[in-house]
Write a protein that binds this ligand. Structure first.
Ligand code: ADP
Ligand code: MG
Ligand code: MG
Ligand code: MG
Length: 450
């Protein structure tokens, strides 16, 4: 700790840092920040950045509760490429000196500590950030930022990259400058939708990077002054492909061996990896509210194919080989991809959820059953599909399924206000109820005349 503090001070001096930002999130991944001039670094590291937890929202705090302190970690020092005199320190919420168990980053840290101390394992993840670039009109509705992208097959379209290049090039340069590695940028399946790749890393680093990435995307677009908004929400446009946060996972031992890799297996997946996958399949209903945690996420899964021809999103609990129609895909030896995580999810909570489910699969040596290989599951008959469980249709259903899952309940922990899952499920039912109380244009169009 002291070592990393000294290293941070040295690096900050070298970099000419004048400000530090403590950056944490509430439970859904909203970035919460406080900025201190560099000379206050010791008190920032010792006392954290104090917030009224209720005002930040999503932290299971009332207006009467005392301050919540976002405690920055010196080892997460990340200089802002677009503002070189400021550095971010990722932070976790603490209450009365204890890590707050209703915060996503704390829940993930607890699970990562557990696998490290019990097994010597490190979870590594690669998360694929997709996003749309949009503009907001005066009436509040949104349009694609690139009005010229009207292609019926926009995926990988060179012109899509061309039109967004001022934004995309900065993102790519900045990520590589940060040393994260960004091997590719492409136009995605929706008009005005893009993906910027980031190399995999240990799971906490990747989740922190995702929060930083979203912030950086916002900053780059904002500084451009063109009124462009990058959005990570799952389904901003009815007729376009939604936005996911595909998550690739593998578990490594202390000697640098990937324990999910087995070259004897046809797909290069080890027994441990298959047990993990089996756990994720088994608890998919239970973790759905954690990987798709707002009402919009459910408009991306199990809906008709958009104009490009495919949702690229799972509808049922299945796994396959290098197959983008199944919820779990094994694209290469030694890792699998979860394709059900919503673009707007908290990367910390989604990772914790998948890990909690997978660990149960390992503990009970579960079998994932039939691998659908490269079968197009989108064209399966209703009869065939009846053998598989469908993902929940709404946040309400998902919240109830979470609350019923004893394994996930136990794994995500509890605190002074009770079990995390009870807090979260109630928040999500309230969110759904608020949304559900709104009458939409669709209802008027369909029901007005009987
Ligand atoms: P896709 O084919 O799903 O679009 P991408 O190439 O966009 O895949 O992203 C794959 C992600 O998986 C990258 O972030 C990559 O670094 C990551 N990845 C590669 N190997 C591993 C591994 N062993 N464990 C976790 N993530 C990995
Ligand atoms: Mg990709
Ligand atoms: Mg993609
Ligand atoms: Mg993918």
């Amino acid at each position: 700790m002291t070592d990393s503090r000294e290293r941070l001070k040295e690096q900050a001096k070298k970099d000419g840092i004048e400000f530090f930002m403590a950056l944490g999130t509430e439970v859904n991944g909203k970035p919460c920040a406080s900025v201190a001039p560099a000379k206050y670094i010791d008190s920032l590291l010792d006392d954290g950045a104090a917030f009224a937890g209720f005002a930040a929202g999503g932290l299971n705090q009332t207006p009467a509760d005392g301050d919540i302190a976002f405690m920055p970690e010196a080892s997460t020092y990340t200089r802002m490429p677009w503002r070189p005199n400021m550095a971010v320190l990722h932070a976790s919420p603490y209450v009365k000196g204890e890590a707050w168990p209703y915060a996503s980053r704390v829940i993930l840290q607890n699970l990562l500590d557990k696998i490290k101390s019990e097994h010597g394992w490190t979870l590594k993840t690669g998360m694929e950030p997709e996003f749309f670039l949009v503009r907001r009109k005066e009436d509040g509705t949104i349009v694609m930022a690139d009005a010229l992208d009207t292609s019926v097959k926009p995926c990988y379209h060179a012109y899509g990259i061309e039109h967004a290049w001022p934004f995309l090039s900065k993102m790519s340069q900045y990520i590589n400058q940060l040393g994260w590695g960004s091997p590719a940028v492409d136009a995605e399946d929706g008009n005005g939708q893009y993906e910027v790749n980031i190399d995999y890393a240990d799971a906490m680093t990747t989740a922190d990077r995702l929060i930083f990435f979203r912030y950086m995307a916002h900053a780059v677009a904002f500084q451009d002054g063109q009124g462009i908004i990058p959005t990570f929400m799952g389904k901003p446009f009815t007729n376009n492909t939604g936005t996911g946060l595909n998550t690739h996972l593998s578990i490594w031992d202390d000697n640098g061996n990937n324990l999910f890799q087995d070259d004897q297996d046809a797909l290069g997946m080890s027994k441990l990896g298959y047990h993990f996958i089996a756990g994720v399949l088994k608890h998919s209903l239970g973790i759905q509210a954690l990987i798709g945690s707002n009402v919009n996420a459910y408009k991306r899964i199990g809906v008709p194919h958009p104009s490009s021809g495919s949702t690229w999103t799972p509808t049922h609990i299945m796994y396959g080989a290098n197959n983008r129609t199944t919820m779990i895909r094994i694209p290469a030896p030694g890792r699998f991809e979860h394709r059900g995580v919503d673009g707007g999810a908290s990367p910390h909570l989604a990772t914790a959820a998948i890990l909690a489910a997978g660990l149960d699969g390992i503990a009970r040596e579960l079998d994932p059953g039939e691998c659908l290989q490269e079968r197009n599951t989108y064209t399966m008959s209703q009869k065939e599909l009846s053998g598989y469980t469908r993902l929940p249709a709404t946040l309400w259903d998902a919240a109830n399924a979470l609350q019923e899952n004893e394994v996930i309940r136990k794994a995500l922990g509890k605190g002074p206000h009770g079990d995390f899952v009870d807090f979260f499920a109630q928040e999500k039912r309230d969110e759904f109820a608020m949304y559900h109380s709104q009458v939409t244009q669709w209802e008027i169009d369909h029901y007005l005349m009987g």
